[in-house]
Design a protein around this ligand. Structure first.
Ligand code: BES
Ligand code: ZN
Ligand code: ZN
Length: 486
């Protein structure tokens, strides 16, 4: 699928008008006038309307409210309708009075042009026909915002592709190779630690989880350091890169539990997707993304409940459940991050079923030790991108639940209470800098499409990988970076 930008409508191609409720008669007259129509021929409507007079084909999608989120849903709906009726080439137009629009709306047009028709078709034998080219109509002063949206939309789709990729293809080594390929393409440097190096370093969390596997682990350090960086201390991203989580010896019961666990590297996909967009947008910040990666399997030499392992900083950890493996590989990465003297560390991980139980698919769980400036910026970006966050506490008492009688800490809480928080408390134990953790277990991979809302019977949060975390991170840096990192 191809996307491009034009300043004015052409009458030969079908027009998708996504219409703000702020649109008045004069604005609409100018819109339809551009393809030789009058409002009398194609009036402003309250509901979806098709138009075709032989020379102009069009679809009008009125939004129920003037928000970015309604625009996302409207664009998705318009493009999927266009696909349904078999239009191969369309023009996407935002009908809105000048005074009511801004760059954010045009950026959203760019993002959703790429995200709306996404499908994972790599292995499909008969993929459905779809729209082949979208021309986004934007006045010149907003074309930069549309381009920015294209970059972000492509990064989201890349993250989705990686998460959707089956685990026999996307091994830890393959993940590292792909990260290196992205770095070469968009301009960040990548250092890959192989198993020998991870052993030499003593990353005991990654090695323990990897013991039951025949495939070696990797640890990848991706660095984007532009000459004009505003920050001297890096903004560090960490993503859980668990390429498949069987649970290990504490084997997950299928179905409903193991059967979607190729998604357990969605944190890694999110941070590399974000870094890709950050580099392509040439944002003036020094950013490093760390991705510890392995699968978690019950092979003959698998790590075992009751084991005591030693993490990268030497901390002895009692293993209670081999399915609580994400925190072990992340902890090694968080220890590594100490030497980077980071201004802030943000991790994304499909860490706990408990996070999904607590807030479902409508939010990711945030836990942070950083001050309100970082917290509020993240919550704000969550609202702005609609990759919403719910803030849960890291109170001292939750730490008691992971105290061990025989080691420093244990890798699960006592009982099932506060599972998302005890996992975050485990991570916090290894952290020595301002840090935030985002648990995306409920949002990274949907096994059914999101239910529709009243206005649009189909929602853009489609089945399978969502690419969550990419838009959030880019927005956080773009809109709050200057204040937080200068
Ligand atoms: N990868 C899972 C968490 C998960 C669950 C991700 C559902 C996506 C969807 C994680 O490694 C895990 O198994 N966590 C356990 C922790 C428990 C053993 C303390 C869980 O949530 O049950
Ligand atoms: Zn697990
Ligand atoms: Zn896991």
């Amino acid at each position: 699928m191809e996307v491009r930008i034009a300043s004015t409508l052409q009458s030969e191609l079908p027009v998708l008008w996504v219409v703000s409720p702020e649109t008045d008669e004069a604005t609409w007259a100018a819109q339809v006038g551009a393809v030789g129509l009058t409002p009398a021929q194609f009036p402003l409507a309250k509901r979806l309307r098709f138009f075709n007079n032989g020379s102009v084909a069009a679809l009008q999608v009125p939004l129920p409210a003037h928000t970015l989120e309604h625009l996302r849903r409207g664009i998705f709906y318009a493009l999927r309708k266009a696909e349904e009726v078999g239009w191969k080439e369309v023009q996407l137009t935002w009908a809105c009075p000048e005074t009511q629009t801004d760059e954010d709306f045009f950026q959203t047009l760019g993002e959703m042009s790429l995200m709306s028709l996404y499908r994972f078709t790599k292995y499909a034998v008969d993929p459905p026909a779809s729209v082949e080219r979208i021309t986004v109509i934007a006045p010149e002063r907003y074309q930069g915002a549309v381009e920015r949206g294209f970059i972000i939309g492509r990064a989201v789709n890349m993250a989705r592709d990686w998460v959707n990729e089956p685990p026999n293809v996307l091994t830890a080594e393959e993940l590292a190779r792909r990260i290196a390929a992205v770095g070469a393409e968009v301009g960040f440097s990548v250092e890959i630690w192989d198993k020998a190096r991870i052993e030499k370093e003593g990353m005991g969390g990654i090695l323990a989880v990897n013991r039951g596997s025949l495939n070696p682990p990797t640890f990848t350090i991706a660095t984007y350091k532009p000459e004009n960086a505003r920050n001297s201390r890096p903004f560090v991203l960490v993503g859980k890169g668990l390429v498949f989580d069987t649970g290990g010896l504490s084997l997950k019961p299928t179905p409903d539990s193991m059967d979607a666990m190729k998604c357990d590297m969605a944190g890694a996909a999110a941070v590399i997707g974000a870094l890709r967009a950050i580099a392509q947008l040439k944002l003036p910040y020094y950013v490093i993304a760390l991705t510890p990666s392995t699968d978690n399997r019950p092979g003959e030499n698998a790590y075992t409940p009751n084991d005591i392992i030693h993490m990268y900083d030497g901390t002895p950890v009692e293993i209670r459940n081999t399915d609580a493996e994400g925190r072990l590989i992340l902890a090694d990465a968080l220890v590594y991050a100490r030497r980077l003297d980071p201004a802030f560390v943000l991790d994304f991980a499909t860490l706990t079923g408990a996070a999904a139980m607590a807030v479902g698919r409508y939010a990711s769980v945030l836990c942070t030790n950083a001050g309100s400036a970082f917290r509020d910026a993240l919550l704000d970006s969550g609202q702005h991108t609609y990759e919403r966050l719910v803030d849960l506490p890291l109170w001292e008492e939750y730490g008691y639940l992971i105290q061990s009688d025989i080691a420093a800490i244990k890798n699960t809480g006592t009982g099932r209470e506060a599972g998302a928080i005890t996992a975050a408390k485990f991570l916090e134990y290894f952290v020595r800098y301002p840090w935030a953790h985002v648990d995306i277990a409920g949002t990274a991979y949907l096994t059914s499409p999101a239910p529709a809302d009243r206005a649009f019977p189909r929602h853009y949060q489609i089945k399978y990988a969502s690419g969550v975390g990419v838009r959030l991170t880019v927005d956080f840096l773009r809109r709050h970076g200057e204040r937080l990192f200068s």
